[in-house]
Write a protein that binds this ligand. Structure first.
Ligand code: ADP
Ligand code: MG
Length: 338
């Protein structure tokens, strides 16, 4: 026969919430994980009253009847609903008239699976629209527009636009997966932030006429270098400053400031653009999240820029904050440790 100390020792040895029950489902003992999960002392209570889950009772019944390990999924409505894999095992085989009941939180796995399938659906959707339009153009060129030279030039331009869009999307997807994979590896290298930003500005000035000479940089001399990856941080500031230029009128300035604090460097990017409504702010770094899908596509956006930015900053132990007011503009801040 198993004594109380042994039962408690078994429950305490498990890395998940665990209860030992009598054959009439009274709780004999519980480990610390179980007590913090249910936020109460459990020993002596009735299992049925604590859990109130028909699925769990059924699982216990089966375990007792068959003498085998039985499992089931349970959704517990704690502060937030969480899904657990519950298992019930009769301890009769070691001469104890009791049942070991454990719970494993599988909410994170379920969320990860959901977000994976949403991601695949989004990628397919984003690739399908340029593909559909390419297919339409090819059919037109093979058929009705076969001998129309002028139409052919137009269509070729359109095809060029669609293939560029697909290529940007695939490029951003590859970046995203690369940075996700190495998010927990700290980067090596020395980066002179003002110099890096000057280079980004020079590239943007040349990239589109409507971007030219709008960025005003304000950076003190003699800033310490930060530890980081040159190419990745270039990608961050390229995306943030391009967003500032892109989502504001061509005659408005974009102000970039570099500020040194005690053990961080803060870079702020302020635009006088359309601004972002508060409800969108928490979601902007989600993959493919765009306030205005059509608008972002027209300007060559994939909706992945801020997701990539966030991953790179996590890797650098940096922070991203976005403040914005509709009709006034946005202020994006990046803080990086020196
Ligand atoms: N400075 C800004 N002003 C207004 N909206 C912005 C700004 N920066 C980002 N956004 C919004 O956030 C969305 C996500 O940005 P991002 O991930 O870079 O994707 P995109 O490829 O569309 O630029 C954009 O589509 C836009 O709606
Ligand atoms: Mg962008």
């Amino acid at each position: 026969m198993m004594d109380m100390n042994m039962r408690q020792a078994i429950a305490d040895a498990l890395p998940h919430p665990a209860l030992i029950l009598t054959l009439d489902y009274k709780i004999k003992c519980a480990n610390g994980f179980a007590e913090s999960l249910f936020e109460t002392k459990l020993a002596g209570l009735d299992f049925v009253r604590v859990l109130r889950q028909p699925g769990a009772i059924e699982c216990l019944d089966k375990a007792v009847k068959t003498g085998k390990l039985k499992t089931c999924d349970l959704v517990l409505h704690l502060q937030t609903p969480r899904t657990f894999k519950a298992s019930a095992a009769s301890l009769a085989s070691i001469g104890a008239d009791c049942i070991l009941f454990t719970l494993t939180d599988i909410s994170a796995e379920i969320d990860a699976e959901k977000s994976r399938s949403t991601f695949v659906a989004n990628v397919s959707h984003e690739l399908r629209s340029p593909l559909t339009s390419l297919m339409g153009i090819v059919e037109t060129l093979q058929g009705p527009a076969r001998n129309d030279e002028k139409a052919r030039d137009n269509f070729l331009d359109m095809m060029h636009g669609e293939t560029r869009r697909m290529s940007r999307l695939v490029g951003d997807l590859l970046s995203l997966s690369k940075f996700e994979a190495k998010e927990h590896v700290t980067p090596k290298g020395e980066v002179d932030i003002p110099r890096l930003i000057r280079r980004v500005i020079a590239v943007l000035n040349e990239s589109k006429p409507e971007y030219r000479n709008r960025i005003i940089l304000n950076a003190p001399d003699g800033l310490p270098y930060i530890t980081g990856d040159q190419d990745e941080l270039t990608e961050v500031f390229q995306n943030l400053t391009e967003n500032a230029l892109k989502y504001s009128e061509p005659d408005t300035p974009v102000e970039v400031r570099v500020i040194q604090n005690e053990d961080t460097i803060k870079i702020t990017i302020r635009d006088q653009g359309e601004g972002i409504a508060p409800k969108h702010l928490p979601r902007l770094t989600e993959r493919f999240y765009r306030v205005d899908k059509g608008r972002s596509r027209e300007t060559g956006g994939t909706g992945l820029g801020l997701a990539i930015t966030k991953h790179i900053l996590n890797r650098h132990r940096g922070m991203l904050s976005i403040e914005s007011e509709i009709g006034v503009g946005s202020l994006i801040s990046v803080t990086l440790p020196t």
